[in-house]
Structure formats: C-alpha cells, structure tokens
Design a protein around this ligand. Structure first.
Ligand code: NAD
Length: 433
C-alpha cells in the first residue's frame, strides 16, 4: 500500500520506517525543511536504537521517502497517518493546533478515497472534529480512523514491530479492512472500537501507567520511614498476575513527552464534562513532588547547598533516548541553582538537547561521566543509563570530593556498596552512611 505519514517525530518517523519495512511504500512528511534534508541524506534527527539502519535499508530499497511536499504525498497515498505533536497548553489541555493545521493541509490535497488516521494522542471527540473539518474542504470521499500509538521511546522499533495490541477505532468497514491489512503483519491482537473509545484507550492507558508509578513511589516513601525495601515489595507484588511487575520501579517520578501532558489532558477532558478526576490529580501531585526528594536528601546530608558542586548523571527522562521533554532533571537542577549550588551534568546522549533549553553559567555540561563527578560534593543519578551501572563505585568514590551518592533510580545494590565509604541514599530502600 501507499502510505503518507505526516510528522517525522518519534512516532511518525518510527511508524513510517516500520511500515516501509513491511513492504509498503511510505512517504514521510515534515514541515521542517532541515529535518527532511537530514533524513534524505541518511542522517537521523532523533536517537532511537536501530532506526538509522532501518532507514538506510528501506530508503535504498526504494520504499521510503522523505519530503516537505505534503500535497503530493497525500495524493499518492491510500492511507494518510497524522503523527504530529499534541503538546500541553498552559492550562493542561492538549494543543490541537498542529493536528488541525495538518488536517487542513491533508483536506486540501485529497484527490480520491483515503483513510485518514490520527496516530497523535488527541482528546475524545477530536477525530470527529477532524472529519468535519476535512468534509468542509473537499467533496472527495474519505474515512476517519483513530489508531493511537503505544510505542515507548528507546524501544520504539521493537514496540512498533511487536505491539501488545493495535487499536483501530473507525465507523467504516472499508477503513477497518485497509488498516487490518496494514497492521495485520504486526500482531493478531487487533481491537476494533468506535472512534471515541479508541481515543480514550490511549489516555486511560497512560493515566493508568502513571498511576502505577506514583503508587509505587508513595509506597517507596513510606518504606523509607518504616525500614522496608521497596524493590522487594515491588517484586513481591509483581508476581501477582492481577498486578503485574511492570511500572513498579520506584524513582524520581515520570517525565517525558507523554505521561505529564496526557495525564493533564485527561484531567481537563474529565473537567469539561464536570467530572473531577481526583485520583489522577493526586497521581500528578505525587509525581511533581517526588523529584524533590533528591534535593531533600542532599540537604539532609550537606545542609546548606550554597557553594557546593553537585554532579548530575542523566538528563534524559529515561535511558536510551535523547528526549528531554519534561525530564525531572530540569526541576532538580533549577532547585540546586536556586540554593546556590553549581552543577556539573553528564548524559550519554541527551546533553545537546538539554543544553539547548537550559543554558546557564552555573551548569557545566561534561563530555564524560568522570568529568562531571570529578571533585563534586555529591553525585545524583537521575537516569538509569546502563553506562552508569557499569562504572565501578570505587572509581566514583575516588573522583568525588566527598563520597555522597543520591541514587534516584535505584541502580546500585547493597552488595556493590558494601566495601565503599558512600553515604548512599536511594528511593524506598534503606540508606547507608
Ligand atoms: P514530535 O514533536 O517528536 O514530532 C512531531 C513532528 O510533526 C515534528 O517533526 C513537526 O515538525 C511535525 N509537524 C507538525 N505539524 C506538521 C505539519 N502540519 N506537517 C508536517 N509535519 C508537521 O512528536 P512525537 O513525540 O512523535 O509525538 C507525536 C504524537 O504521538 C503526539 O500526539 C504524542 O502524544 C503521541 N505519542 C508519542 C509517543 C512518544 O513516545 N513520543 C508515544 C505515543 C504517542
């Protein structure tokens, strides 16, 4: 089939590339000329394991193209997939301006029957609005479908090629058949729903995962006070099939381009129908506060942070990505600076993206982990990159001025710390002094 994908971000690019790998002819469209030029030259604007190789393979097979020319891509396509951003507005609602703009451009280009799919995460009712908007621009026939995306950055290709499920929300049998043909090679587990339920499935899924994270973080906070170990608690809980072991890792809270904005958007969606989503509001509050435990722990040891140098390992919101959107590191570093500390920061991949947003004279971005830790008064681990776990604690101890380690992701074990002199504080586990 011929597919046009609008938006070559984490979702659009990965989806387009994977659909081409299944043998479809895919044209990926972006309005950013520089991004498209990079992709045309075989360079990848985002970090995602395996993506570059897959782009090379499918571009050279002639199945994958990149363009800024949306109308041509749409005209040639059987299925048009919109995967543009839906960031938060200041009031927490989803900003639909990009998707509506893309829909308008698609509408103006429709020249024959198309299935027009929204992959972006959009509030319930948005696909209906998109359908009405397109109908106001064209008399050509088309169908609308909501096919929300569940991939995770860092394992986006694996997730796209082996999804837990595909959700297809459409009122049209023809659209459903075409989308089954497209997704059939990926999984047998395809759920068919109405459009509104498909839109809600995405928000409900992210809200539930965020709830699991805030839940285990609160259990962790209690564990610290009662002398229990949250990693053992989570393990013991996770064997219960009704609970499941995933998303029960205590830490400094969730960040990234999805959970923070999607939880806020669902609170707003509920608010618009006069429903006070109390549980989700608490999930957000717990998450917003959790990151400050790093500061509280530092202050409990160092007391006054003014004039101190704090090393930060990890700027990305999670490992294996260069995405820093809503990363907890922003608030943590801001708090350190407000308290008069200086920061030396290192991330294996995400430093450039972080620095673009957060350039400050008291933050030194380092090229290697050792440089950040060297002569620092304390080290805080904010992202669980494997690289950090592979560094010897004895080396870390020798680099630091004082052996103080705040492990915001519980990456080190008690055994590893046994013969070190660290004052060690993690999340929901006994501290070691
Ligand atoms: P992104 O910001 O990385 O990429 C969006 C891209 O769309 C940008 O390159 C932008 O230039 C382009 N764009 C915007 N308007 C356009 C237009 N009119 N024509 C052509 N290109 C246009 O976004 P993302 O992270 O890929 O997320 C896209 C959507 O998918 C969001 O709704 C998000 O919530 C959802 N989602 C994201 C993830 C994730 O892990 N990132 C996972 C699941 C769902």
């Amino acid at each position: 089939m011929n597919i046009a994908v609008i938006g070559t971000g984490y979702v659009g690019l990965v989806s387009g590339v994977c659909f081409s790998d299944l043998g479809n002819h895919v044209t990926c469209v972006d309005k950013l000329k520089e991004k498209v030029e990079m992709l045309q030259q075989g360079e990848v604007p985002i970090y995602e394991p395996g993506l570059k190789e897959l782009i090379e393979k499918n571009s050279s097979a002639g199945r994958l193209k990149f363009t800024t020319d949306l109308p041509s891509a749409v005209k040639d396509a059987d299925i048009v997939i919109m995967a543009v951003g839906t960031p938060s507005l200041p009031n927490g609602e989803a900003d639909l301006s990009y998707i509506m703009e893309a829909a308008k451009e698609v509408a103006a280009a429709v020249n024959s029957y198309k299935v027009i799919v929204t992959k972006s995460t959009v509030p319930v009712g948005t696909n209906e609005k998109i359908g009405n908007l397109i109908r106001s621009y064209t008399t050509e026939s088309f169908d609308i479908a909501s096919v929300p995306e569940f991939l995770r950055e860092g394992s986006a290709i694996r997730d796209t090629l082996n999804p837990d499920r595909i959700v297809i929300g459409t009122e049209s049998q023809l659209a459903q058949d075409m989308l089954v043909k497209l997704h059939g090679p990926l999984t047998d587990n395809i759920i068919f729903t109405d459009v509104r339920s498909a839109e809600m499935i995405k928000y409900a899924s992210n809200a539930f995962l965020a709830t699991k994270i805030s839940f285990i973080n609160e259990i962790a906070n209690i564990c610290e006070k009662v002398g229990a170990d949250v990693t053992r608690v989570a393990e013991g809980m996770g064997y219960d099939k009704r609970i499941g072991s995933s998303f029960l890792k205590a830490g400094i809270g969730y960040g990234g381009s999805c959970f923070p904005k999607d939880t806020q958007a669902l609170i707003q969606i509920a608010g618009h129908v006069d429903y006070d989503f109390k549980l989700l509001k608490s999930v957000v509050d717990v998450n917003n506060d959790q990151r400050y435990n790093v500061i509280r722990k530092l202050e409990s040891i160092l007391e006054d942070l003014s004039g101190k140098t704090i090393a930060i390992w990890g700027l990305a919101f999670k490992p294996e990505t260069d995405d820093v959107r809503d990363a907890p590191a922003f608030e943590i570093i801001t708090s350190l600076l407000q308290r008069g500390a200086k920061v030396k920061a290192y991330d294996p991949i995400a430093t450039a993206n972080f620095k673009k947003i957060f350039d400050h004279p008291d933050v030194k971005y380092c090229k290697v982990a050792e440089e950040a830790a060297h002569d620092a008064d304390a080290l805080c681990v904010l992202t669980e990159w494997r690289e950090f776990q592979e560094i010897s604690l004895h080396d870390i101890q020798s680099w630091l001025k004082t052996p103080i380690l705040i492990d915001g992701r519980n990456i080190f074990t008690e055994q590893e710390l046994a013969d070190t002199e660290f004052a060690y504080y993690s999340v929901g586990r006994p501290s070691m002094n």
